[in-house]
Design a protein around this ligand. Structure first.
Ligand SMILES: NC(=O)c1ccc[n+]([C@@H]2O[C@H](COP(=O)([O-])OP(=O)(O)OC[C@H]3O[C@@H](n4cnc5c(N)ncnc54)[C@H](OP(=O)(O)O)[C@@H]3O)[C@@H](O)[C@H]2O)c1
Length: 417
C-alpha cells in the first residue's frame, strides 16, 4: 500500500525531533486530553486511519502473548511511505515503537528521512520491562507522531504525548481507527478501577484435558498422567518463560510431583517463581520441586503459601529443603484465602501468573472470577479420571476466542471477564 498521499507535504522532513529530552515522570495528575493537538489539516486522515486499523489488526493477533499489556502496532513513515512496521509480540518483549524503529534501522532508509511515527496507542513514558518509548522516538529524531488512542491508565494518560510535544514533536490524535475496545479489550479490563483498588496479577489458567474435559487420562494412557503431544508441551515451556510465577496446589504436588521449571524451548533466562497453595504444609521436603535444575532447565524459587502459624517442624523441614514459607489468613473451608494469595503475589511483584493446578484450584479460581485468560489443550484421549472442566466453564463468558491446532491437540485460547 502506498502511503505517500497520507501527507500533503512538499516532501520535506517535518520540523522537530530533537533527541534526548529527559523522559521524566511527572507528578501523578493525569495530563488533560485537551493538551493533545488536533489533527493538522496537512494530514490525510482517511489514509492514516486505514494504516492505524491495519496496525491494530496485526497487533491483536498477538493478544494472548502480550496480555495484560496492550496489543500495539506502529509504523515509521518517510514522506508518506511506510518504511517499517512493528508490533508488540510478547509480554516482556520490545514495544511496537521500538520494533518499528529497529525495523526502520534495518530497512536501509537513512534515519534522517524518517519523519513520522504512527502508533495505535499513546507511547509509554515510564520505564517498565523496557525503556520508555517516548525516549526512543525522541532519540530517533522523529518530528511527527500520530496516535490512535490515549493510554487508559489514569496515571499515564496523556503524559507520553505531553512529553513529546514539550520536546517539539508534532502530535496528532486520531481516535477511533484502532479503538482499544476492538484491538485490546483485555487492556481495558486490566485498567478497570477495581484492579487498581484491589490489585491482583493477570492470571492465565492453563490445563490439558481429555476429550471429555478430564484433567487426568485413564490409568493406562500416557503413564496415567500425560494427555497432550510433545508440541503442546513445548509450547507450555515457552509460556512458562513468559510469566512471573507458576501457581499450583498441593494436590498436584502430591499426585504428580512436578518440577514446574522452564525447559528448552522456553526462555531459560527467566525462571518464574513456583508458588504452592498448601494450607497444612503437606508438601514433602523430598518433592522434586527442590531438586537442583538439570542441563537445559531453569528453576525459580519455591514459595509455599500456608495458613499462618502452621506446624513449625514441618515448616522448618521445608525451609531446609529450599522453600520460602509464607503464612496467610484462613479462607473458605479452612484453607488458604484465595484473595490473600493473589494480594501476596501482587506485593511480591508478580504481574502475570500461570495457574497450572488440578481441578480443585481451577474451580476455586473460576468461582472467584480470578481467571483472566484461558489456554486449554484437548488431547486425542478418550475418557479419563476426575471431574470434567466442561462444568467449570459452563458459566464463564469469554471474548477474543481463538481455536487452533498444535500437533494432535486442539487448543482453545480466550479472555474471560
Ligand atoms: N491435566 C492438567 O493440566 C493437570 C494439571 C495439574 C494437575 N492435574 C491433575 O490434577 C490432580 C490433582 O488435583 P487437585 O484438584 O487435587 O489439585 P490442585 O487443585 O492442584 O490442589 C488442590 C489442593 O490445593 C489446596 N488448597 C490450598 N488453598 C486452597 C483453596 N483456597 N481452595 C482450594 N484448594 C486449596 C488444597 O489442599 P489443602 O486443603 O491441604 O490446602 C487442595 O486439596 C492430579 O491427578 C493431577 O495429575 C492435571
Amino acid at each position: 500500500m502506498q502511503w505517500a498521499e497520507a501527507f500533503e507535504t512538499t516532501g520535506e522532513t517535518p520540523s522537530g525531533g530533537p533527541g534526548g529530552a529527559p523522559c521524566s515522570t511527572k507528578p501523578d495528575e493525569p495530563a488533560a486530553d485537551a493538551m493533545v493537538q488536533p489533527a493538522l489539516e496537512s494530514l490525510n486522515e482517511p489514509l492514516l486511519r486505514r494504516l492505524l486499523r491495519e496496525l491494530g489488526e496485526e497487533a491483536s493477533a498477538h493478544r494472548f502473548e502480550v496480555a495484560p499489556n496492550p496489543c500495539v502496532g506502529a509504523a515509521v513513515l518517510s514522506r508518506g511511505e511506510v518504511v517499517a512496521k512493528g508490533v508488540h509480540r510478547f509480554w516482556g518483549g520490545p514495544h511496537a515503537e521500538r520494533e518499528a524503529l529497529a525495523a526502520a534501522e534495518a530497512s536501509g532508509v537513512p534515519r534522517e528521512d524518517w519523519d513520522t511515527l504512527v502508533v495505535t496507542l499513546e507511547p509509554c513514558c515510564s520505564t517498565g520491562k523496557t525503556g520508555p518509548c517516548v525516549e526512543a522516538i525522541l532519540d530517533a529524531g522523529i518530528g511527527e507522531v500520530v496516535v490512535g488512542e490515549l493510554d487508559p491508565d489514569p496515571r499515564h494518560r496523556g503524559k507520553g504525548l505531553e512529553l513529546l510535544r514539550e520536546a517539539g514533536v508534532n502530535v496528532h490524535l486520531l481516535p477511533g481507527a484502532a479503538a482499544l475496545a476492538e484491538v485490546s479489550p483485555h487492556f481495558l479490563v486490566w485498567n478497570l478501577p477495581d484492579r487498581y483498588r484491589r490489585p491482583r496479577p493477570w492470571t492465565i489458567a492453563k490445563w490439558a484435558q481429555t476429550r471429555t474435559g478430564q484433567l487426568s487420562p485413564p490409568e493406562d494412557v500416557g503413564g496415567g498422567r500425560w494427555i497432550t503431544s510433545s508440541a503442546s508441551l513445548n509450547e507450555v515451556q515457552v509460556l512458562r518463560g513468559r510469566v512471573d510465577a507458576i501457581l499450583t496446589g498441593v494436590g498436584t504436588v502430591l499426585e504428580d510431583d512436578p518440577r514446574l521449571t522452564v525447559r528448552v524451548p522456553g526462555d531459560l533466562s527467566r525462571a518464574p517463581r513456583r508458588v504452592v497453595m498448601d494450607s497444612m504444609l503437606r508438601t514433602p521436603p523430598t518433592a522434586r520441586l527442590f531438586d537442583a535444575p538439570g542441563d537445559g532447565e531453569a528453576a525459580g524459587p519455591v514459595t509455599i503459601l500456608t495458613l499462618a502459624g502452621m506446624d513449625a517442624p514441618r515448616a522448618r523441614a521445608l525451609r531446609e529443603a529450599g522453600a520460602e514459607i509464607v503464612g496467610l489468613h484462613t479462607g473458605e473451608h479452612g484453607r488458604v484465602a484465595l484473595r490473600d494469595v493473589h494480594t501476596w503475589m501482587w506485593e511480591a511483584g508478580i504481574r502475570r501468573v500461570l495457574l497450572e493446578s488440578g481441578p480443585t484450584l481451577l474451580q476455586r479460581h473460576f468461582d472467584a472470577e480470578f481467571v483472566d485468560q484461558l489456554r486449554v489443550y484437548t488431547g486425542a484421549v478418550n475418557g479419563g479420571r476426575g471431574p470434567s472442566m466442561a462444568e467449570a466453564l459452563r458459566g464463564v463468558t469469554w471474548h477474543g476466542r481463538l481455536d487452533r491446532e498444535q500437533g494432535e491437540d486442539a487448543v482453545l485460547e480466550a479472555f474471560t471477564n
